[in-house]
Design a protein around this ligand. Structure first.
Ligand code: FPP
Length: 200
């Protein structure tokens, strides 16, 4: 494999992990958020890794029970507010991908605040995929380019995507062996690694 400069992870298995401990499913998300911190710190200390892109909330996740969605929104807000210092300490730049316009105004504000405050960091780039789905990302990119007079090239489409960087290694935890609408364009040449280990 080429060097794993850009690692993407589908973090799956939070609910099953919690249920196996006799806990509520949302507890799995809470512990899952702690693991996001651990893996980000790990990657930020490894100079070979330039980017870490994590599937935190998909366009399909809105179909989950209302209380679980609300919990995930609050958790994300809390996580970002708390992690800002850790991002700065570890020189990590936060770059969200996905269509965050669907989130509440206050959550959008938190996301943009952390993005702006870490914009000068030149170590690891951590991207959280938020209200993200590849189909939605590609559609938005095509719409951006639709008034273009010339023929659209691969490079033009790639530049119009939220995530403009090819993936070297894509990991999915939780046992399923599929991509679930995550970074389909960017994973064209990625090595895929599936593990039964649950994300927490
Ligand atoms: C699915 O587990 C995982 C998600 C909904 C996305 C990942 C979310 C987190 C790691 C927590 C929040 C992250 C941040 C950054 C605050 P699942 O519930 O589908 O697990 P299951 O397959 O066992 O049901």
């Amino acid at each position: 494999m080429n060097k794993a400069r850009h690692i993407a992870i589908i973090m799956d298995g939070n609910g099953r992990w919690a249920e196996a401990q006799g806990k509520k499913r949302v507890k799995g998300h809470e512990v899952g958020a702690d693991v996001v911190k651990t893996i980000t710190t790990y990657c930020s200390n490894n100079p070979e890794i330039e980017r870490l892109t994590l599937y935190a909330f998909s366009t399909e996740n809105w179909k989950r029970p209302r209380l679980e969605v609300e919990f995930l929104m609050k958790l994300l807000d809390r996580y970002l507010k708390k992690e800002l210092d850790v991002y700065l300490k570890n020189n990590v730049r936060f770059e969200p991908i996905g269509d965050i316009r669907a989130f509440s105004t206050s959550l959008q504000k938190t996301i943009k605040h952390v993005e702006e405050k870490t914009a000068h960091c030149d170590g690891l780039v951590q991207s959280l995929a938020l209200n993200y789905g590849s189909h939605n990302e590609i559609l938005r990119a095509v719409n951006k380019l639709r008034n273009c007079d010339e023929d659209i090239t691969e490079q033009m489409l790639s530049n119009a995507l939220d995530c403009k960087h090819d993936i070297d290694l894509l990991i999915r935890t939780g046992g399923d062996k599929r991509l679930s609408n995550f970074l389909l364009w960017q994973s064209a040449y990625a090595e895929l690694f599936f593990t039964d280990t649950l994300w927490p």
